[in-house]
Structure formats: structure tokens, C-alpha cells
Design a protein around this ligand. Structure first.
Ligand SMILES: Cc1cc2nc3c(=O)[nH]c(=O)nc-3n(C[C@H](O)[C@H](O)[C@H](O)COP(=O)(O)OP(=O)(O)OC[C@H]3O[C@@H](n4cnc5c(N)ncnc54)[C@H](O)[C@@H]3O)c2cc1C
Length: 401
């Protein structure tokens, strides 16, 4: 039996639910909550606890920075991020717990010796971002303007960039508020319950949001390790995320409530979930210290590592197996930034499958052609971001009801 130690913590599903969502990290939690809000019966199975501490989402800095990310991400991601940024406040307003959300921009700075990084950054962002997002969304600041924007940095930087429309939120508050929202909407939540593909829970449609846990069915999926420090630094008072451009140690400092800062993040190929290395801790904390010496007196609350679930093309993918299973994965380093649009797109497709409006490849192709986010939609029999290997094209057998 592969469904273990199930704890049903809210309204039990008395009969076969419309949807079983596997994985209650960021994406699964939001998707289950959305589907329940549309009136569907939903069961959610999460290997970890209700807080979400087993998810990449628990460790993330949760910056919502489509323009800053355009320095290394393609147009699809930037557009998903921009739409999602507008969607977040509407989603948060429907949740039963408050979530810290800020749209005060991103400040980008660099030390004088690294000034070549600034023009490289601007060239990359300009190339990958749509003009309407860039225009008015990307401002060059003099040293005095940097000081005005972030008085805490007074006199430290000769130049900077302000990306005024960007945002961030508190990741752990989102996970908690979504858990409360699931309960409010009557989702049958099975925390501490691991599900594997050999024996799926009974449901009309299964949606696999297990992040890296979906590797047995998505062998092309890989983890990219990220390490962050959570520190308490009273008296500094940064008011928005600050990114430090550096050829070797690029860094962000994301201020949360109550003088908490998330400092990150390394990006290391490999599914290594071991604790943060000494080298990474030194690099992250030294870089923060170089932005503001006050960080030298901060207290380290946590050093965390996790792996970002990543597909070969670094894009998110919503994949239909041709029968009753959808997979939503590959959110990589952009989960918070893009999940409102990714989950909305997945919910639309899931609803169409449930109502049998999509029953074959032709119907799927027509659906895909009409969806704004078509590049994210795949059918597993068609070669896609999973590499087309036999193993990756396995469908998931359903357990005996
Ligand atoms: C260091 C770091 C910093 C980041 N910073 C940002 C940022 O600033 N902005 C941003 O947008 N994104 C950021 N991200 C990325 C973001 O966290 C991920 O993109 C996002 O969490 C992916 O969501 P997910 O739901 O697919 O996976 P996860 O959040 O990992 O959730 C998957 C869930 O599936 C569960 N699961 C796995 N296997 C099973 C199983 N067999 N049965 C049941 N449940 C299972 C896991 O326990 C987990 O809870 C960061 C990530 C890291 C690691």
C-alpha cells in the first residue's frame, strides 16, 4: 500500500472525489484551493506537514520579480510573472489568514569594481522583457537616488537600478493561509501522506504536483540546489528586496516583517538536500555584509537548503497523459512568481478533462491552440520537455478502488 499514515484533517470525501491532488507544496496547495472554490470535491495528499516544511516553497525567498528574473529567463516566464504579480493581491484577499505582500519594487546595486555586471544585466533584461514591462519599469538611479530610495544604504553605492513594479510576499504565511483556505473550502487534506505512482488514490482526475517527488514519472526532471540564510537584523530597515550584482556571488536580500531577512540564494546543479555548506554560508553572509555592515550583528535564525524542480527547458509544464492524469511541474526558481497563472491554466484544463470536453488528442490540440499559455501545455505521447524517453512517457496506473 503506497498511501501511508493518512490523516484526514478536514471534511472527509465520502465518495470518489473529482480531483486528487498529489503534493501540497506551493502549486498543489493553490490548485486544490482553486478547484474547491469552483465547487469541485478535492482531496490533497502531501508527504510533509500542513505547514509545508517539506516543500521547496518553504525555503524560497518568494520574490515576485519578473523583470529582474528576465536577466536569465525567457519571455514566457517574464509574461507569466507579470500577469501573476497582478493576480496575487486578488488571490490573497480570498484567503482566511493575512499574508504579507509588498509591491515596492526591486533595487539592484553593485560595487564599483563590478560595474560591468550592470550593463550586462540591463542588456539581458532588455532582450528578454516585453517593451511595455520594461518602459517605466526599469529606472537608472544615481547614488543620491539610491540613498533616497533606500536610506539604509546611504552613501554606499554610486549607482543603482530600481524596478518599481516588482513585489514579494511571505512564503510561509502563504502556505499557512492556503492550508486554512483548503480547510475552509472542505478539501480533504491528507498531510504526512506519501503517494506514489504505483497506487494512486481514487479520483476522477489525478493532478500530480509533487515537485521533485514526481521524478519516477518525469525522469528528465532535475533538482537545482538552492541555499538561503534567514536572519534577524533589527535596525537596518531595508524596505524592499535588494539584489547585488556580482560576477561570482550574485545575491538578494529580501526583507520580511519584523526585521527578518532572507538572504540567497546559491544555484548548484544536483539533488543534494544536505545542509548548507560552509562555503555557501560564507559567500552569502559576506556578500550581505558587503551591502550593509549592520548585517554583521544580525542573528542567524536558519540556514536552509532545498532543490528547485526543473525541466530541461527551464519552463513550467502542464502535461496530460491522454487519460485521467495531469502533471504540473518544472516551476524551477520562479514558483511564487508564476504560480497564479500556472495554477489557473491547470485548473481550466482540469475542469475540461473532468467534463470530458477534452477526450482525445485532437480536442487537446484545439484546446492548446486557444490557450494563451500554450507553450506550457503538453500531451505526454507527444515529444515534449520530458525528453520523449520511454520511461518518461509512462502513464500512471490507478490503484484498485
Ligand atoms: C532556495 C530557493 C529560493 C527560491 N526563491 C524563489 C523566489 O524568490 N521566487 C520564486 O518565485 N520562487 C522561488 N523559489 C522556487 C519555488 O520555491 C519553487 O518553484 C516552488 O516551490 C515549486 O512549487 P511546487 O509545488 O512545484 O514544488 P514544492 O514547493 O517543492 O512542493 C512539492 C510538494 O510535493 C510533496 N511531495 C513530494 N513527493 C510526494 C509524494 N510522493 N507524495 C505526496 N507528496 C509529495 C513535497 O513534500 C512538497 O510539499 C525558490 C526555491 C528555492 C529552493
Amino acid at each position: 500500500m503506497s498511501v501511508q499514515s493518512s490523516v484526514v484533517s478536514s471534511k472527509a470525501v465520502s465518495s470518489r472525489p473529482d480531483f486528487a491532488v498529489l503534493g501540497g507544496g506551493l502549486c498543489g496547495r493553490l490548485l486544490a484551493w482553486r478547484l474547491a472554490g469552483e465547487g469541485h470535491s478535492v482531496a490533497l495528499y502531501e508527504r510533509g506537514d500542513a505547514a509545508g516544511s517539506g516543500a521547496a516553497a518553504w525555503v524560497a525567498a518568494a520574490m515576485l520579480a519578473p523583470l529582474a528574473e528576465a536577466a536569465s529567463a525567457e519571455l514566457l516566464i517574464t509574461e507569466l510573472g507579470a500577469e501573476s504579480l497582478d493576480a496575487w493581491p486578488k488571490l490573497l484577499a480570498q484567503l482566511p489568514e493575512p499574508v504579507y505582500f509588498q509591491r515596492n519594487g526591486t533595487l539592484v546595486v553593485w560595487h564599483h569594481s563590478d560595474r560591468a555586471e550592470a550593463s550586462l544585466f540591463e542588456r539581458r533584461v532588455r532582450a528578454n522583457a516585453p517593451a511595455p514591462l520594461f518602459d517605466g519599469g526599469f529606472l537608472t538611479l544615481s547614488g543620491a537616488q539610491v540613498d533616497e530610495a533606500e536610506p539604509a544604504l546611504g552613501g554606499r553605492f554610486h549607482q543603482g537600478l530600481l524596478l518599481p513594479r516588482e513585489g514579494q510576499l511571505d512564503n510561509r504565511q502563504v502556505l499557512s493561509a492556503l492550508a486554512a483556505g483548503l480547510s475552509e473550502r472542505g478539501v480533504a487534506t491528507h498531510w504526512n501522506t506519501s503517494v506514489d505512482e504505483r497506487a494512486l488514490p481514487d479520483a476522477r482526475i489525478t493532478i500530480d504536483c509533487r515537485g521533485l517527488g514526481a521524478k519516477p514519472v518525469l525522469p528528465a526532471l532535475r533538482g537545482i540546489r538552492g541555499e538561503v540564510a534567514r536572519i534577524h537584523a533589527p535596525g537596518i530597515g531595508l524596505s524592499r528586496p535588494v539584489r547585488l550584482l556580482h560576477p561570482r556571488y550574485p545575491l538578494y536580500i529580501a526583507p520580511k516583517q519584523n526585521d527578518i531577512y532572507v538572504i540567497g540564494a546559491t544555484e548548484i546543479e544536483g539533488e543534494d538536500m544536505s545542509p548548507v555548506s560552509v562555503r555557501s554560508a560564507l559567500e552569502l553572509l559576506s556578500a550581505a555584509f558587503s551591502v550593509h555592515p549592520g548585517f554583521g550583528e544580525a542573528r542567524i535564525l536558519e540556514l536552509n537548503s532545498q532543490c528547485r524542480p526543473t525541466l530541461p527547458d527551464h519552463r513550467p509544464a502542464i502535461t496530460w497523459d491522454g487519460a485521467t492524469t495531469l502533471s504540473v511541474n518544472g516551476l524551477y526558481r520562479h514558483g511564487y512568481m508564476i504560480v497564479p497563472e500556472v495554477s489557473a491554466c491547470a485548473a481550466r484544463l482540469a475542469g475540461a478533462l473532468l467534463e470530458a470536453r477534452i477526450a482525445d488528442a485532437d480536442a487537446f490540440a484545439e484546446w492548446r491552440a486557444n490557450d494563451r499559455w500554450a507553450p506550457m501545455l503538453h500531451q505526454r505521447s507527444v515529444a515534449g520537455p520530458f525528453g520523449g524517453s520511454n520511461a518518461s512517457e509512462r502513464t500512471m496506473p490507478r490503484a484498485e478502488a
